[in-house]
Design a protein around this ligand. Structure first.
Ligand code: ADP
Ligand code: ASP
Ligand code: MG
Length: 923
């Protein structure tokens, strides 16, 4: 079966010919913009093909055609003259449209497209159309099934037929429907025969495949043309295999043959004069008239070639998104629409994976400076993206395009190959040898990077080609490998490319620094880097699993607020809840004034958690949590906050006092999650775990802040770190670290018994529910150990002697109530101590001490002179004195409220802001 004869065209209309010879004149293809369609004789012709055309444009057919004359109500031309002399007018009168598969995905959409075509007031309209959405995939699937000898290809083909039959029945009727259905059935019968042949052979050649898969476009173009006609606009449909001629290349691409295509276009118009043409996308012919395709997603390319052949005013690519986004909107939901792109930028974006545009779309239109508009068929009010030569007047561009990077794109499923060895340096021809081997296996090199030492060449190829490439290299360089001139040909699988694109990058210093900084901060390891001399793109290779995070990190660095942080709040109790309320009150100001965008993506308690993809509405998080809370699961929580959205920076805020949660910190930091907490358990837990945690923190760009573990919101840790970092030497830290015990001793003045003061503190809410938790001193001991370790002492909690204020016999008391009841029995001892102190002019204070010189710490009741700063305290204030080499005579003292939900949450909040500023927020 010769497949070239199996296609039935819609132009198979047997209509009468009225012949009236008149040579064409006045047309001048080079005289762009000068000739209007109405001036041109072709466009007032009403011509009908004189015969039932089957197969491709053959020499025979051309001869045959040339014998006929076509008629016109106004003018006519003699075809064989026109063939040589007349070309279709070119220039601004033409507007070219391309409608993607989703635009013609169903009946309603096809009608919609027809409406857009009708409304376009251009003199000449050439509309390139893709197959209905999914149809090309279905067609490829037919091939796959047939060559796998799976006879379900027949029923799958019936499904394709049915899809088009049902659509056509809904769209038009009468003769049009009959003609279309008859064509459709003929095509399907032919396809069945062809697929049967493939099934028997168990193999499909490329041209068989191309022939089969191109049918989606043949059908959609015919259907659309009937609908446009029904809307009252005369139009013709064009099987672009009659017009577009392309030469296959070795790299699974095709190169248009413009002169030949132009010739055939002129011929086509001679035969089918029309002001509105609906043309098939995707398909073309080889110079030998074998059907071929422009490869996947090639309809954009078809439209661009048509635009160039007609030197059209504009090519509009209609799709399902508002234009070209700064990154793939499926991966980065905060991507923004780019109003304009230069040709180079659009090319780079599409080459590096922005599949909104086929990469080869740009070159043909660029030649004639034809702008490409990307528009959304589903949102006609959106202005779309204009791809054109950059205007000199860029300031008109009202979008946020100060950023030198216009957009980002990614390519997945790549592998890196690294050819390395000392014998490569200075040896001419090494690169050519390497890439010669790559070419021999027909692999596509997407990116190359060579260090200037010439010791290694590293390049990326599609993963499916890497094995063949590696083998080819091994064999080509066997001798060099054996001799040790080359040390290895290494394959690094599972990689992705991330490209940053922007023409202004060329003249802006610091772009790559910002880019790499963003990647480093998101804890992403860069495998290879390339920057073309044009500086229009910077390409980095990352692990595939890191790719989306990398994309979001760099995108948010250039497009989102300087510092967008996804936060997970663990423990929405008193402190956590207060923090959430503080965040709620402050979020808008932070965003507007400081460009800090804090988004709470999850809140988890011990039983329930609330997750959100966009950020929880903090004005009603309590209600939402009640309604939509799910069973708490800390692993799932972490995964959600860290991995499931577009924000590159993640911070988990642990507002619990839970040892189990603290155990996760190491793992979180390792994953690049910043940790902020008032929970003392990690820093006062086992020393080895603490050292591991801090070691990790120091090595990475991941931050661990815990200011509120000591003195709530008071800047104690920060001050200590500041002293140490600036070279001061800490000698001693001494302080009242417990708000509760501060309150108790500030009020234990002799007028009341100790137990009475404790009861009063409990009443006022200053103590834990069981006051023994305060009086035992362990909490103070934890603060001491935290400060001791911060000062460089390697102490365990058990190394800190703690003077407990809980009388020995009451330590085992069954309940807090029982304890409180029994406590007055033991008032005597403390009353005595207090009395003694008073007589010596002293007061009692419960303090923690870090003696750095002696490398020890302790928690005890101490006496201080009444003029000592510790004696002047009131309420529940904390006070901490740092004695250092610099502050030796007079210690550095920090004093203020050191307990309570507001100040503790405030301390955590200030750590969050510190994180934001470390991540790049303005200070
Ligand atoms: P069509 O069938 O209309 O040709 P495509 O699926 O080929 O549509 O291209 C449009 C799609 O490209 C969009 O739906 C979007 O998901 C995807 N896309 C990827 N990167 C980008 C980007 N940077 N800007 C816009 N869309 C993009
Ligand atoms: N229909 C073809 C494809 O899906 C061409 C296109 O839509 O651009 O690849
Ligand atoms: Mg496309």
């Amino acid at each position: 079966m010769a497949f070239s004869s199996s296609i039935c065209r819609a132009s198979c209309i047997h209509s009468a010919l009225a012949l009236d010879a008149k040579p064409a004149n006045n047309t001048n293809a080079n005289n762009r913009n000068k000739i209007s369609l109405s001036q041109c004789p072709h466009f007032s012709l009403i011509a009908r093909s004189p015969f039932y055309r089957r197969g491709f444009v053959s020499v025979e057919r051309k001869k045959e055609l040339s014998r006929f004359h076509v008629s016109s109500s106004v003018k006519a031309i003699l075809l064989d003259q026109s063939k040589e002399n007349v070309s279709v007018p070119k220039g601004d009168m033409w507007s070219v449209h391309k409608f993607g598969g989703t635009c013609v995905g169903n009946v309603e959409r096809i009608r919609n497209v027809a409406e857009v075509i009708v409304k376009d007031g251009s003199e000449g309209k050439l509309v390139v159309v893709s197959a209905m959405s999914k149809v090309t995939d279905m067609m490829y699937d037919l091939i796959y099934r047939a060559q796998s000898r799976d006879d379900s290809y027949a029923s799958a083909l019936d499904a394709v037929l049915e899809k088009h039959r049902v659509t056509a029945i809904d769209l038009f009727d009468g003769d049009d429907l009959a003609t279309f259905l008859s064509c459709l059935h003929n095509d399907v019968n032919d396809l069945k025969a062809m697929l049967r042949a493939i099934y028997i052979a168990g193999h499909a050649t490329e041209s068989f495949t191309d022939f089969v898969v191109g049918h989606g476009e043949l059908w959609s173009a015919q259907m659309l043309s009937y609908v446009v006609k029904k809307s009252g606009l005369d139009c013709k449909w064009m099987d672009t295999r009659d017009v577009l001629v392309v030469n296959p290349t070795s790299s699974n691409q095709v190169d248009p043959d413009f002169p030949e295509s132009e010739k055939r276009l002129n011929e086509w118009f001679s035969q089918n004069p029309s002001e509105t043409v609906i043309a098939t996308g995707f398909i073309a012919s080889t110079p030998q008239n074998i059907p071929t395709t422009l490869k996947r997603d090639g309809s954009d390319f078809s439209a661009a070639i048509m635009g160039a052949l007609l030197q059209a005013r504009q090519v509009t690519i209609w799709t399902d998104v508002d234009g070209v986004y700064s990154a793939d909107p499926r991966k980065v939901s905060e991507a923004v629409i780019l109003r304009t792109l230069s040709y180079q930028e659009a090319w780079e974006m599409s080459y590096f994976g922005a599949n909104v545009l086929h990469p080869r779309t740009i070159i043909p239109v660029m030649r004639y400076d034809i702008p490409i508009a990307i528009r959304n068929i589903f949102n006609l009010s959106a202005p779309g993206t204009m791809i054109c030569r950059p205007s000199l007047n860029e300031s008109e561009d009202d979008q946020k395009l100060d950023s030198p990077v216009k957009g980002f794109a990614t390519i997945d499923n790549l592998a890196l190959i690294n050819v390395e060895g000392t014998g490569m340096a200075g040896v001419p021809g090494t690169a050519s040898n390497i890439f010669g081997a790559v070419k021999d296996v027909g692999a596509n090199v997407i990116m190359i990077s060579q260090a200037s030492s010439e010791h290694s060449v590293c390049f990326a190829v599609p993963e499916k080609e890497v094995e063949a490439v590696a083998q080819a290299l091994q064999s080509r360089f066997r001798q060099a490998l054996n001799a040790g001139r080359l040390s290895q040909v290494a394959v690094i699988p599972k990689c992705s490319i991330l490209a940053a694109v922007g023409q202004k990058m060329a003249s802006t210093p610091g772009v790559s620094a910002t880019l790499f900084n963003a990647l480093a901060k998101a804890n992403i390891n860069v495998r290879a880097i390339a920057q073309g001399c044009s500086e229009y793109n910077i390409t980095v290779v990352v692990k595939r699993e890191d790719c989306i995070r990398a994309l979001r990190a760099v995108h948010s660095r250039f497009y989102l607020s300087e510092t967008t942080v996804a936060m997970g709040i663990i423990g929405p109790g008193l402190i956590g809840g207060t923090l959430l309320d503080q965040l709620r009150d402050q979020a808008a100001v932070l965003k507007e004034e400081f460009n800090i965008d804090l988004r709470v993506m999850g809140i988890t308690g011990s039983r329930t958690m609330l997750l959100s993809d966009k950020g929880i509405d903090l004005s009603k998080w309590r209600e939402i949590m009640k309604q939509k809370g799910e069973v708490a699961d800390i692993e799932k929580f972490t995964q959600h906050v860290h991995g499931n959205h577009f924000i590159p920076n993640t911070a988990l805020v642990d507002c619990t006092a839970d040892t189990n949660i603290a155990r996760y910190y190491y793992d979180w930091l390792r994953k690049g999650i910043h940790v902020i907490t008032p929970n003392k358990k990690a820093n006062s837990g086992p020393l080895d775990m603490y050292l591991k945690l801090r070691g990790l923190q120091r090595q990475s760009y991941t931050h661990y802040f815990y200011e509120a573990t000591v003195g709530a919101g008071l800047p104690i840790i920060n001050t200590l770190q500041g002293l140490l970092e600036t070279g001061d030497k800490i000698l001693r830290i001494e302080g009242i670290f417990s708000g509760t015990l501060s309150y108790i001793f500030n009020n234990f003045s002799g007028k009341r018994a100790f137990s009475e003061v404790v009861a009063e503190a409990k009443q006022a809410g200053y103590t834990e529910p069981d006051p023994r938790d305060d009086l035992a001193g362990t909490d103070v001991a934890r603060k001491v150990i935290i400060l001791a370790r911060e000062s460089g002492l390697k102490l365990e909690l058990a190394d800190i002697p703690v003077e407990s204020l809980v009388p020995e016999p009451l330590r085992a008391a069954a309940s807090a109530e029982e304890f409180m009841k029994q406590l007055p029995r033991f008032d005597q001892g403390l009353a005595h101590k207090r009395q003694e102190a008073e007589e010596a002019g002293d007061v009692l204070r419960y303090v923690g001490v870090v003696d750095v010189v002696r490398k020890e710490g302790r928690v005890e009741l101490r006496r201080y002179k009444t003029d000592h700063p510790f004696s002047q305290l009131s309420g529940a204030d904390n006070i901490i004195a740092f004695t250092t080499t610099r502050y030796k005579e007079q210690p550095l003292i920090i004093r203020g409220p050191g307990a309570g939900a507001q100040v503790t949450a405030g301390g955590v909040f200030s750590d969050i802001l510190r994180l934001a500023s470390y991540l790049g927020a303005p200070s």
